[in-house]
Design a protein around this ligand. Sequence first.
Ligand code: UDP
Ligand code: MG
Length: 313
Amino acid sequence: MVSVIVPVYNEEDVIGHFLEETGRVLEETGLQYEYVFIDDGSRDTTADILTDRLANGLPGRLLGLSRNFGKEAALSAGLEAAKGDIGVIIDADLQDPPELIHQMIDGWRAGYDVVYGLRVDRTSDTLMKRSTAGMFYKVFNKLSNVDMPPNAGDFRLIDRAVIDALLRLPERNRFMKGLFAWVGFPSMAVPYERPPRKAGDGKFNYWKLWNFALDGITGFTTMPLRMWFYGGALVSILAFAYAIYLTIRGIIFGIDVPGYTSIMVAVLLFSGIQLLSIGMIGEYVTRLFNESKQRPVYLLQDVIESTPLKTHQ
Ligand code: UDP
Ligand code: MG
């Protein structure tokens, strides 16, 4: 059985359309399937629409989170509730074309445990988003020792083995793309062009994306913490050499008082570096703090199961 995992947050404009297209593709596969919707604290009628559809034979369930926990938490909830041998993670806004599910299932049949959608053409995203995303993938892959394919989104098919592996990861910081990369398993890419949103608005602004990127980097590498050791070592060596130079010069030529510029430069430069490195430590301490609270990743408010109808069970 295929579990189609769909996080939804205020998607009333597009959800009907999504169900129509995805339903058609799923019927074509001939496989048994269920939907796992995660209502991430929507304030519109998304939940009502889905509840109604579930009551009318749409197979699966709707998990209502108690508030908006973010897409990453919603996906974790969805993975936990999925019962299938295969999970397909897909956005509700039709930016992840459901037709690709066919190729994903072919890939799975060929023995791949992960078949991910690869966005080859991101022209539907703004130039700013594309270039910042590109930079993020570069930095992430340079710093961390897990390999994250650039421009792969959350849209993917994963085998039950991968779902179980993901569920074993205890961290609260659910940076899914990183977790997917971390668990590994034989993976295959299915390239596609990412169309613009069918309806409704994007839910991520740049501030959210920046914090998302920080979560990703701090969650998967300690390099930003450790690089200050090397930076500090380099500066110490230079300072030591400079001190020797100044001492010798002082002995030979006597002491000259003017030195305002060099002192100012040194003070400003090093206080800057120190603040930066303290801030970096702060980023990690924040995350340690959050992890150590051991709060659940999400809270369920209710679960609505589909009412079995003649064709589905
Ligand atoms: N989403 C969610 N919780 C959030 C934000 C988004 O569950 O806090 C869902 C949203 O309903 C959609 C998917 O995550 O199904 C992707 O959201 P969006 O299209 O806004 O992201 P983008 O395509 O810009 O990456
Ligand atoms: Mg989208």
